[in-house]
Structure formats: structure tokens, C-alpha cells
Design a protein around this ligand. Sequence first.
Ligand code: 5AD
Ligand code: SF4
Length: 633
Amino acid sequence: MDLCSACTMPTHASKSNTSNTLLIILLPTKVIIWFKARKTPAHISNLPNRYEEKLGRTLPYHGPSAVTLGMNLSPSSLPIPNSFILKLLHRLLFYRTRPNKSSLFLTLRKRKFKIFMHTNSCSIQEISIFAPQTAFYFENRSPIEYSCPSMKTPKLHVKCFGCQMNKLDSSLVVTALRKKGFELCEKASQADVILINTCSVRKHAEDRVTSNLGHMKHLKKTRPKIVVAVVGCMAQRVGEDLLEHDAVNIVAGPSHIPQVPEMIMNALPKDVADAATGSKAISVTEKIRQKTDSQVSQELDDFELTYDSDENHIKHQAFVRAMRGCNNFCTYCIVPYVRGPETSRPPQAIIEQIKKLAQNGIQQITLLGQTIDAYHYEAGDKTYRLADLLEMVADIESIKWIHFITSHPGKFDTAIFQAMANNRKVTPYLHIPAQSGSDRILRAMNRGYTAQQYLDLISEARQIVPDVAIASDFIVGFPGETDEDYQATKNLITDAHFKNSFIFKYSPRPGTHATKRLEDNVPAEVKKQRNIELLELQNSIAEEDNKRFKGRTLEVLVEGLSPRPHLNNADTQTLADGSAATDESWQHPQLIARTAHDYIVVFNGPESLAGNFAKVEITDTAALTLFGRLKQS
Ligand code: 5AD
Ligand code: SF4
């Protein structure tokens, strides 16, 4: 039995020879239930292993603080049936731990046992069992607890750069590590493990990682035991060279996320001497454009299903990956070279995952894919496309809103508009990057559509879904972009009336077609100027368009406290008709919420609204934000 040497069974747990003892030992890698009776049934002490064998994997539970509970049961309660122990074990193993104290009930011979679990954010720390007639059942009224003193809760600090895909990957790794006993910490200097999830889309994102690694190297001078894991797109792109950095212990690409928790556990140094040898490990894909092997896809799917969590920073909302990789090879883009070929996940796996999230209170799902509108999965003679998937998700009762990002204009299947129009759960919001308004530049970018085709597509969207909100991305200063090309982009922005646009300065990425074949010949100053101007243009259009919301009441999903309350109460106390608000809502803090169309709404309300739907009357508007007053929750 691999018990920690510091753990001994509490002496009073086996005080009486005549009674039976139920001993539960939670270890980092095992749960041992030991049932000591006159005849100890060996098959019970073996249960956790049998569970693992049956499931074909190691069970993801519990932290490094070993807790044992023993209690003596009086002879009158004998014998405890196996089914009770099995049920208890099952509940403990699969119990979704939440911070603080939670309880569950089990019944034994028509008597309810209340089981309290004192948990930290990741693991069950302590268990107490109470029965209605405690004295009757237990010789010891109070539960016997024992914490292993030789282990402390390891701390994890996470830095995540880049897109929603990365945020999802980070949260999967965090959940997996929490189940291994880690706790999140705010500061890198307090951490035992630092996880950096990286982005390669622009050089600036990689520069920030490099500068962070400089800081980690400095930290390691005083705390050599820290393990630094660099994962994600830059890890895949830079590979071995990144591993050579003094600060780095682990490098893993996006397809190797399932291995990261184990790599981290293996890298944890046992002592300072161990840390000095600097354990290093790498897991990246050698031939990234090779078709993804089905075993790798299965591993990624399993990891996603096991560790997807409802404990997101925004209550009741979750991201779910529908696709991985990209096959478009837009000439400026690194994604196909770091995230590999486009693959769609089986709809059943996606639905199973969403059902699990829904059971845990998730109400809004965002389906993720680099080109989500190209979702395509063949099963027998049936081909599932995004519109089918949206319908399937909408059939899950407790899911109320379904977003999907990001769409590619060249791939768009207009059945998606129909799904939006026919099903209120599919939110009327499209993020469909145009990238440029110049046909010449769009060709050089290998985007596969003209500016007019793009405008036709969004006009069709507006015909079928009248109030659809459309957001876009643009790159300024792409090689060869002239004033004329730039003017064409301005014209497109003026014609399209986007809800918002993300504007980026072109950044040459190693290995892409544009970097190899085209000269980065637009001066930095010009890129900067165009970036500022386009943002101003976009904002002035949105500011004007948003005025239509004033006086309207919108349904919103509340995210929580506004991270940067940017209004003072005086500004918000005026209603749409100019009168002063007299109700109590202004005594509440400022909350941030979103409409189904993804508009940001801020208003004052009770913090308890986080994660719930509410109705807000819009009293004022700006380019990126609507301001309002809570009507009813
Ligand atoms: N330089 C600048 N912006 C880029 N994007 C992608 N690659 C580059 C690059 N090399 C932008 C695109 C894309 C968004 C995620 O990032 O606009 O839609
Ligand atoms: Fe990059 Fe183009 Fe694929 Fe988007 S569609 S991830 S811009 S290659």
C-alpha cells in the first residue's frame, strides 16, 4: 500500500476489537477504503484499483493532503453492506469538489447519513460523517481526522495569451492540476508551477512571453524549485529552442495539452539538488501538417470531456471546442503551422460535453473553431454541418444561448442564418473577419472572396436575421497595401456597419507565405496611423448606430462586477427620458453583462445577479458599451 510514510492510522480508529472500522484514506493517487471487520473482506480494500481497471484510466481525484477518517461502528450497526461502501466510494471519486463546505447524503438501512466535505478549491480536505442517531451508530461521536503534515498544497500560477482556444486549453490544464491538488495563486513569485499558454499570431504576443521568461529566470535564482511550463502555439513553433531557455522546464504544443499535467507532475523537483539539475521535457508535433492521428484526437477529446469545467471566470458560461486546426493558409497566418490540419470533433462528443456542463448550471455555450462555419463531420451517410450542430445543442433544455466563433466569409453556409432565424437560442451574432476591403489585398492574403462578395454575404445575413450583429477583424499594412487599398478598407467599414472591429497591424510570421514571398514594405508609422484611423472610423459608426438602443429594454446575461467601473453613479442616474432615477438600484455596484447580440451592457445591480438573465432599460450608449438600468431580474 503506497501510504505516505508520515501517515499512520489514528490509534483510536481501531480502539475496539469488537467493532468494525471503516477507514477512508485519500491519497494523491489513490483512495483506499479499508473496512476492518471480524472478517475483513479483501475485495473491499481493493475497490479503488478495481474502479480504475474498469474505467481503464487513473481516476482524477484528490490532492496531496492525505486525510484519513476512521470511525468505530457499534456492533448494532453491523454489517455495513458493500453497497453502502461502494456508493460512498463512487460519490467521493466523482464528486465535483467546490470551494468551502459541501455535503451529500447516503442512506444506510433507512437512516440518512450526512457526509460533510470540507474542501479547498481543488480537493476534499476533510470528511465528517453524521448519522441521525450518532450515539447509536458511532462509538466516537466526533469523526477522527488526520492530515498528513509532510505535504503542502502546491501553487499554480497561470499566464494565458491569445485567443479563446488558449483560454479553454488553460482552463482544462488548470482543472486537471486542481484535481491533482494544486491551488491557483495570483503571483508568479508564490507559485510552485508557472503555466504560460502562448500565442504566435503576432510577434508582439511572442515578445511578451520572452519578456515573461526573463522574469521567471530571475525568480528561479531565489526559488529554483519552480517549474515553468510553456505551452500553446509559440511552444509548437519554437520547440527545442524554447526548451533551451534557462527558465523553461516544459514545452508542449496545442495538440499535447493532455500530457501537460503529467509532465508537470514528473518535473516537480523533490529537493533543491533535484531542481538544480533542471528537469526538461518537450512534447510537440514533428510533422504538424500531417493528418491528425485518431488516437491523438481521441486523447484530446477525452481530456476535454474529463476536465471541462463549469468553474469559469464568467458564471454559467462555457467555451466548447467544435473544431481544431485550420486548412485555409491565409498568407499572413501562422495558425495552420502551429495548430495543424482542420478537424471537426464528433457531434456526439460535443453534445455529451455540453450536457455535462448544462447539468452543472451552464446556460451559455460558445462553440469554438478557427473557421467554425466550416464544421463538417461525416458519420456513415450523414454529414453534420454547423447548422445541424447548432440545432442539436439547442435541443439541450437548459442551454439558453449558443454563440459560435469565428466564421470565415469564404466558407459560409447560409443554412446557419436559417438556424439563427428559426431558433432563438442561436444568438444573432456573427464574428466574420473581412481582413481588408481591397480585392487586390484579399487575393494576396488568399482569402477566397472579394469585398463585394463579403458585403453581399452580410446583407443576406441581415435579410434572414434582421437584427444580427456583425463583428470583423482587419489587418492594416499588409505587404503592398497602398493608400487606395486602405481607402477600400475604409469604404467597406463604412458600408458594413459592424458592431465592432478588431484592427491589427500586419506582423510577419516566420514560415508563412507572406513572410517568404512578400516584403513587409509598409512603414511602421503608416501601419500605426492606419490602425488609429480605422478604429476611429469604426467607433464613430458604432457610436451613431448604437443610439437606436436608447430607451429599449434588452435581455442580458450578467457576467459579474464590472472589472473597471467606468461610470460614476452620477452619470448613470439619468433615465432615457432625462428624468432622475429614484429606485434603489443605484446603491448597488456596477455590473457588466452582454446581450444575445454580444453588446456589452453596464448597469447597477446586486452582485448576486452574476450568471443570471436580467432585463435592462438602456439609458445611454457609446461606441462599445450600452449603459442601463435594471428593470427586472
Ligand atoms: N499580423 C497581424 N494580424 C494577424 N492576424 C492573423 N495573423 C496576423 C498577422 N500575421 C489577425 C487576423 C485574425 C486575427 C485573429 O488576428 O485579423 O483574424
Ligand atoms: Fe489563420 Fe486564415 Fe485559418 Fe483564420 S482562416 S486561422 S486567419 S489561416
